[in-house]
Design a protein around this ligand. Sequence first.
Ligand code: NAD
Length: 355
Amino acid sequence: MAEKKIVILAGDGIGPEITAEAVRVLDAVASVSGVKFVYDPRDIGGCAIDKFGEPLTEATVAACKAADGVLLGAVGGPKWDNQPADKRPEKGLLGIRAAMGLYANLRPAVIYPELASASPLKSEVLSKGVDVMVVRELIGGIYFGPRGTTEDGAAYDTEIYSETEVRRIAKVAFDLAMKRRKKVTSVDKANVLVSSRLWRKVVTEVAQDYPEVTLGHLYVDNASMQLVRDPSQFDILLCPNMFGDILSDEASQITGSIGMLPSSSVGEGKAGLFEPIHGSAPDIAGKDIANPIATILAAAMMLDNMDMTNEAELVRKAVGDVIAAGYRTFDMGEGNRVGCKSMGELIARRVLAAN
Ligand code: NAD
């Protein structure tokens, strides 16, 4: 029987509740697929500070690097807000992304027809459907370039991209496009920025290896407008770090629901990091009311990354079926109200039923 090793970084706040439901769904996947998941629970963030005095230990980093996938809940909370900067929970998150060399951040934004009323966009704009994947470069560009202040009090940040950095993120986008609707829209500001002109040149070169994929280019200002004017026109939005940071938040708002959106970060090693886009929601922790769907969909992205695409689809279909059947956690609006655990059970049951 094939075995996959998965590190579970539940973290703080609602982290343990939502990851438990994702594990419940993975267990259901295991029993219908014949793959065995071996879980390795580790601490990250505030709980790691409490136990080890630091948000991320070397042993946890080593375990993540050796795994087939890493599933993360969320980190942080008021208890650790006054920690010194290098001992804050989010240092653990940044640390694990850097240690695993995760240079690509993938954020899907999908509209479920039954939840369309939660979107700030009009129904006629959403009628053609929304299924956008933002592929964001994560460890280069202006967030990592030289920065500082000058003697006369000015301040500067620097956008630097090498060809290698652009090529590897472009490949992630095109490979993904081949599994989706074969359309990449690359976002830049090539009319102003020299670094964007390099970005556009290298992305165009990479596209030549993918003749089936249609490539378009948009300036970031136009892209942000088009995203709310007609999101159905996009399949993959390929973005440098800062533009991707902004556009992925814009795309997530189109769906109107923070508890539903997963994210994955992949890079040099075989293992990626899979997590919900929301935080640790300390205001609702321990009440069994958090929405576990973002984390369950993050687990589905992990299955994709482990070449278990049929199983990933099974999970996504189970989520869609449960939503279509009217079940809602409190953040999802009116419907058949369920808690975190019941939502996980409903989804797991549908996965099992598909056998
Ligand atoms: P948050 O995302 O935790 O919560 C924002 C709001 O959304 C809250 O009202 C919360 O109850 C609600 N919410 C979030 N997830 C939900 C879910 N699954 N189901 C239902 N409702 C949900 O953001 P915040 O309040 O700004 O931050 C809380 C803590 O989380 C802070 O310590 C912050 O640093 C941390 N944080 C962590 C991450 C991460 O681990 N990736 C990301 C963002 C924030």
